[in-house]
Design a protein around this ligand. Structure first.
Ligand SMILES: Cc1ncc(COP(=O)(O)O)c(C=O)c1O
Length: 459
């Protein structure tokens, strides 16, 4: 018989902030309490992180939680927007690359780590994106971090959207103390901040940082307007297009197409890990000099081994697909699926944030409810990712559902049903906890209605 179980008070809060703890003095001892907290979350089945797959990434997946508890279900938790991770053409290209070039780049791109494949990829991307030069990186995180850190020096300023990705935020703070974080997608805030910086200092460099599609809210700023503002104040614009390149736009060039901005943003960075079935990232620029800076004076490129031949071959094959009629057809299916999921969730009374894209952020709000809903969803066969504070604002917890081209209508409808059932179960669980005042609870049998839901889910 299924049971409701106690969730201790300390597991109903956000992550323990290790960096704010000053004691114990020993750096490793500081992690003991957070480690216990995480372990307790596993024991209470409310740690949905660090799950792993035991099958290929696809629309249906088998996997396990951190403690080895297995699960299987409709996969809305992987970043494989065009469903290319198991595409036969890409697998063939990867195998051919291994046979020709071996497994490893065996060196930095500054030395001899590039292969003919990674050089071909840079040239191909430059044409695809409309830039003179592209530099590829072994991971997308390194591309974003490296671009900002290489450009910005301590006397310079960075003006950055509050929801810009961690690689951009961390790099900005590592590069300079002059970081101005503005409210989300607020072009007027950018303009007034640039005016103020320029009034006080005509000689500093200014980097404005934003994204074409924000992954927490699935929304997109007007890049043309922001680029125009930047030019007016002699500031440089850097845009991250990790989540829409390949997946959106008539030709797969993402939101930049809609703003007629292909090749027109000062610096474009991106990742291959969402729509190109591989790790890796890139920086595109029209500055010949900056290209050399990225290769030879950029930590995450100069002092790390270059992208492997397998990565380069996979992304090249993915680009072939993205640019083909099949790529268009996959983007169409992806958008159909995103719209169907958004409509289904809204009809079921959920608040869905942002605009249609491969990311469907479904707001839950309360942290305890969100953790319980996520637990029940996975148990019911809906594999979802929870995003909680501090990654998003307090009481703005959400599922960041990721749609793929290969999801079927039936799977999308099933996920909506699972979301509804999980909400009911989690609400009953929260009610049970508060009715029992959450003190020394013995596990309790589920009410009959909840028991029926569990039984239905198991069928
Ligand atoms: C906007 C954005 N930029 C960069 C990255 C980093 O890319 P990768 O995970 O491929 O290193 C991510 C990853 O999730 C991202 O969302």
């Amino acid at each position: 018989m299924a049971m409701f179980d106690d969730i201790p008070d300390q597991l109903r809060t956000s992550l323990p902030a290790v960096e704010k703890q000053t004691f114990p003095v020993n750096l490793l001892e500081r992690w003991e309490q957070p480690g216990i907290w995480w372990q307790e979350r596993v024991e209470h089945k409310i740690d949905p992180y660090q799950k792993y797959s035991t099958t290929r990434v696809s629309n249906f997946i088998e996997g396990a939680h951190r403690d080895g508890t297995p699960f299987q279900g409709h996969n809305f938790a992987s970043q494989d927007y065009l469903s290319l991770a198991s595409h036969p053409d890409l697998i063939k290209a990867a195998i051919a690359a291994i046979e020709t070039y071996g497994l490893h780049s065996a060196g930095s791109a500054a030395l001899m780590g590039n292969t003919a494949l990674s050089v071909a990829l840079e040239e191909r991307l430059a044409t695809f994106l409309g830039y003179d030069d592209v530099v590829v990186f072994p991971i997308g995180w390194a591309a974003g971090y490296g671009a900002v850190k290489t450009l910005v020096k301590p006397q310079d300023h960075v003006v950055i959207d509050i929801l810009a990705h961690a690689c951009l935020q961390e790099s900005a703070h590592d590069a300079t103390e002059n970081v101005h974080v503005h409210s989300h997608m607020n072009a007027r805030a950018i303009e007034s901040r640039l005016a103020r910086i320029r009034r006080e200092d005509e000689t500093c460099g200014i980097l404005v940082v934003t994204e074409t599609l924000f992954s927490m809210d699935s929304d997109f700023p007007n890049i043309a307007a922001i680029q125009e503002i930047c030019h007016r104040f002699n500031a440089t614009l850097l845009v991250d297009c990790a989540h829409d390149l390949g997946a959106l736009g008539a030709t797969g060039r993402g939101k930049l197409e809609d703003f007629d901005m292909i090749g027109k943003v000062d610096i474009l960075v991106g990742a291959f890990s969402k729509s190109f079935a591989s790790m890796g990232g890139f920086v595109a620029t029209n500055s010949k000099g900056f290209r050399f800076g990225l290769r030879g004076q950029c930590g995450p490129s100069t002092f790390t081994n270059a992208m492997s031949p397998v990565q380069a071959a996979t992304v090249l094959a993915a680009l072939d697909l993205v640019e083909s009629p099949e790529g268009k057809e996959r983007r169409d299916r992806l958008m159909h699926n995103a719209l169907r999921l958004r409509a289904g969730l809204e009809a079921a009374g959920f608040e869905v944030l942002g605009k249609p894209s491969a990311i469907v952020p479904m707001l839950i709000g309360d942290i305890l409810l969100a953790r319980l809903m996520t637990r029940y969803a996975v148990e019911f066969g809906g594999i979802v990712n929870l995003v909680e504070h501090p990654a998003v604002a307090r009481n703005a917890c959400r599922w960041r559902l990721q749609v793929m081209a290969d999801h079927t209508d039936a799977q999308i409808d099933a996920l909506v049903e699972i979301a509804e059932k999980s909400r009911e179960m989690a609400e009953m669980h929260v009610e049970w906890l508060s009715a029992n005042d959450n003190r020394g609870l013995e596990p309790a049998a589920l009410p009959a209605a909840a028991e029926a839901k569990v039984a239905a889910a198991a069928e």
